[in-house]
Each structure stands twice: as structure tokens, then as C-alpha cells.
Design a protein around this ligand. Structure first.
Ligand SMILES: Nc1ncnc2c1ncn2[C@@H]1O[C@H](COP(=O)(O)OP(=O)(O)OP(=O)(O)O)[C@@H](O)[C@H]1O
Ligand SMILES: [Mg+2]
Length: 228
């Protein structure tokens, strides 16, 4: 059986003042179902860029990312959206919450895309908000929340549909130690129960302590890939 995610000789360049900046430089990696893995490395080493490509939010310049047997660069806009809606949960480094919606509505959003019916949605949203300890803030809008609370809403939104793959970009950057450990334990539980595949991008030693595979990036290259 082929891997859940296959990154093949992937290069990503961005235009930079008439020249090109190489953010990812010939990376090859595979992820199997049920991995609890993380990308680590200095700021600017390419972690977010790689998560965006795995999540079909961006295309490689060369090489390919094959996610659930789909080569992401061959997908039309709608097919990429479908792949994301059905299979991927994203936790963005900058949260990307919808400011006009409440906490409840932000977490409900992925379920609306899946056309889940109302009572099922309500239960799933409240369960997800309970995982992250935010059931008392359901009707608030993101502008009134602390940074850590916004981060927890983003975690709940990514997890609410029980996706096959979770791409988590610095999901604990704004959390205190207790909330970080609670969220990581919740994720480990989902990983065990549903074999949810996790790929983190992180600098956080607390997160790194939970990882079963650590992939180190430097200047857009994989410099280490180890199981601690
Ligand atoms: N859209 C873009 N246009 C130009 N350069 C970009 C773009 N996106 C990323 N880069 C550059 O690519 C490099 C890698 O960025 P990336 O965001 O992947 O780093 P990172 O490892 O996630 O860093 P951090 O730990 O700070 O989040 C950086 O030097 C960044 O400036
Ligand atoms: Mg980043």
C-alpha cells in the first residue's frame, strides 16, 4: 500500500525582487496513516510552506505532493477544496478565524461545508469546544478572546470533523503549559482512537516531547528524520 502522503523531490520557489527565493529545496518524505510527526527547524526553514503544499493550499514549483493518492498540483480549485473539506484539518499559525462569526459558528463552519445536519453539528461543535475548554465562550466573537483562546478555537475547528489528517502550524504558540498539555493529550487520544495522522510545525519543546517522529528542516532541506 502506498503512503498516505508522498512528497517527491519537491522544490518551492517564491519570486523575490526579480530573483527567486528557494523556500523548499528538493524534499522527499513519506507519511503513513497514524503518524504523530512534526517539522522542526529555525524560523524561515520552510515548515509552513511545506504544510501549505501538503494541504493543497499552494503548489510546488517542481516535484509533487501526493495526498491520499491525489497529486495536489493536478487538482482543480474545487477538487482541492473537496480534498481539504473532507480529509484535512488545518490549524494555522495565524488562526484565520472569521471575525464576524462567534466561537460556535467558527467551529461549525467545516461541518456546514460537509452539509452535516443541524443537531449533529451542534453536538460535534460542543464536543470539540469541550476538548479545548471553551464551552463558556460559544457566543463570543474572536476580537473579544485572548490569543490563547483564539488558538483553542482554531484547534477545535480543525478537529471538529474528525479529519484523516491534521496539519498543525505552531498550535501551542499562544498557550500556557496546562492548555498545551491538555490539547496535546486530546490529540494523542484521537491519534490512538482513530489513527488520525498529525503533522505539526513547531518550535515548542512541549510539542516536540510528544512527537513520535521529528523531521528537521534547515534552509528548505530535510537535515534529519528521526524517531526519538
Ligand atoms: N508567499 C511568499 N512569498 C515570498 N517568500 C515567502 C512566501 N512564503 C514564505 N516565504 C519565504 O520562505 C521562507 C520559508 O517560510 P516559512 O513560512 O515556510 O518558514 P517557517 O519554517 O514556517 O518559519 P517560522 O518558524 O517563522 O514560522 C521564508 O524565508 C519566507 O520569507
Ligand atoms: Mg511557519
Amino acid at each position: 500500500m502506498s503512503a498516505l502522503i508522498r512528497i517527491q523531490d519537491l522544490t518551492k520557489q517564491f519570486p523575490m525582487g526579480g530573483r527567486r527565493f528557494t523556500a523548499l529545496d528538493g524534499i522527499s518524505l513519506e507519511f503513513e496513516r497514524g503518524e504523530f510527526s512534526g517539522l522542526v527547524g529555525p524560523s524561515g526553514s520552510g515548515k509552513t510552506t511545506l504544510l501549505n503544499i501538503i494541504g493543497a493550499l499552494d503548489n510546488p514549483t517542481r516535484g509533487s505532493a501526493i495526498v491520499l493518492d491525489r497529486d495536489t498540483k493536478t487538482l482543480r480549485h474545487r477538487e482541492a477544496a473537496r480534498l481539504r473539506n473532507h480529509n484535512l484539518g488545518f490549524i494555522f499559525q495565524t488562526f484565520n478565524l472569521l471575525s464576524v462569526y462567534t466561537v460556535f459558528e467558527n467551529v461549525e463552519f467545516p461541518l456546514l461545508l460537509l452539509k452535516m445536519e443541524k443537531s449533529g453539528r451542534r453536538k460535534a461543535v460542543m464536543d470539540a469546544l469541550e476538548w479545548v475548554g471553551l464551552t463558556d465562550k460559544v457566543d463570543m466573537r474572536p476580537a473579544r478572546l485572548s490569543g490563547g483562546e483564539c488558538q483553542r478555537v482554531a484547534v477545535a475547528r480543525a478537529m471538529v470533523k474528525n479529519p484523516k489528517i491534521v496539519l498543525a502550524d505552531e498550535p501551542t504558540a499562544n498557550l500556557d503549559a496546562e492548555n498545551s498539555h491538555n490539547i496535546l493529550k486530546m490529540m494523542i487520544g484521537l491519534n490512538r482512537e482513530f489513527r488520525t495522522t498529525f503533522i505539526f510545525a513547531t518550535h515548542d519543546e512541549k510539542v516536540i516531547g510528544y512527537l513520535k517522529r521529528i523531521i528537521s528542516l534547515n534552509d528548505g532541506q530535510v537535515v534529519r528524520d528521526e524517531e526519538p
